[in-house]
Design a protein around this ligand. Structure first.
Ligand code: Z5A
Length: 218
C-alpha cells in the first residue's frame, strides 16, 4: 500500500489538536495531500458513537461495552476513510488510534490486554501507523490547560487523577517497547518548538510518500 499513516497520542490537554492543526497548515503550504481525522469519531457513524462514549451521564457503561464501542468507531473509520486515503497515496493523520484503547481501556483500567488487542485486530484488520507522536505532559499541566477552555468534563475526563497517571505511564511503556514507531516529544515546550520537532522527523518520511509500505506488519 502507498501513503503514510501517522498518529498522535497523549493524555488530555497535551496539545494533539493544536499540533495537528499546525501540521495541516504546514502540509497545505507544501501542497502535500493529507487526510486528518480524530478518534473516537471521524465518520458520521463514529461521531454518533463518540456522543455515547463521552456522555458523562452514562455512568452504567460496562468496560467491555466501552472497548467494543471504541473499536466499532475505529472499524468504520479505517474502512470508510483511512484505507481509501492510503490507497490514494495520501498522508493520513489520526488524532488518537489503537494505542489509546491499549492504555485507556487496558493498561490504566487493569483490563486484559489480549482482549483489547483481539477485538482491535478485528476492527483494524491489523492496520498500524508507521509513526506515532506521543506528546508527553504531566497530568496536572494538561488539566490546567483544559480548565481554561472547558466548563464540563466528559465521561473519561471524570476518572480519577491516578487513572490518568496510569495512562501517561502506559503510553511511555508502549513507546519504550516500540522505539522505531514512537517519537516521544515533551509537550511542556512552546507550541512552535513541538511543531518543529514533529516536522523535522516527518519530512524524511514524506519523501517516501509514493513508495509502497506494508502497514500491516510494521
Ligand atoms: N479514548 C479512549 O479512552 N480510548 C480510545 O480508544 C480513544 C479515546 C480513541 C477523547 O477525548 C477521549 O476518548 C479521551 C481518551 C478517550 N479522553 N480523555 N482523557 P477528546 O477527543 O475530547 O480529547 P483528547 O483527545 O483528550 O484531547 P483534548 O483534551 O482536546 O486535548 P489535546 O487535543 O491534546 O490538546 P489541545 O486541545 O491541542 O490543547 C489544549 C489547550 O492547551 C489549548 O487551549 C491549547 O491552546 C493549549 N496548548 C496546546 N499546546 C500547548 C503548549 N505547548 N503550551 C501551552 N499551551 C498549549
Amino acid at each position: 500500500m502507498k501513503g503514510l499513516f501517522i498518529t498522535f497520542e497523549g493524555t488530555e490537554g497535551s496539545g494533539k489538536t493544536t499540533q495537528i492543526s499546525l501540521l495541516t497548515e504546514w502540509l497545505d503550504q507544501k501542497k502535500i495531500p493529507y487526510l486528518a481525522v480524530r478518534e473516537p469519531g471521524g465518520t458520521k457513524i463514529g461521531d454518533l458513537i463518540r456522543d455515547i462514549l463521552l456522555n458523562a451521564k452514562l455512568t452504567e457503561m460496562k468496560q467491555r461495552t466501552e472497548i467494543l464501542l471504541y473499536a466499532a468507531s475505529r472499524a468504520q473509520l479505517v474502512e470508510e476513510k483511512i484505507l481509501p486515503a492510503l490507497q490514494a497515496g495520501q498522508l493520513v493523520i489520526c488524532d488518537r488510534y489503537l494505542d489509546s484503547s491499549i492504555v485507556y481501556q487496558s493498561l490504566a483500567a487493569n483490563w486484559d490486554l489480549n482482549e483489547v488487542l483481539d477485538i482491535n485486530r478485528v476492527a483494524t484488520g491489523g492496520l498500524k501507523p508507521i509513526r506515532t507522536y506521543l506528546l508527553d505532559l504531566p497530568i496536572e499541566m494538561g488539566q490546567k490547560r483544559l480548565m481554561v477552555r472547558r466548563t464540563q468534563k466528559d465521561r473519561i475526563e471524570l476518572k480519577e487523577l491516578a487513572f490518568h497517571q496510569r495512562v501517561r505511564e502506559g503510553y511511555l511503556k508502549l513507546a519504550e517497547k516500540e522505539p522505531s514507531r514512537f517519537r516521544v516529544i515533551s509537550a511542556d515546550q512552546e507550541i512552535k518548538m513541538v511543531h518543529q520537532q514533529i516536522t523535522n522527523d516527518l519530512l524524511p518520511l514524506i519523501d517516501h510518500l509514493s513508495e509502497p509500505i506494508d502497514f500491516m506488519t510494521n
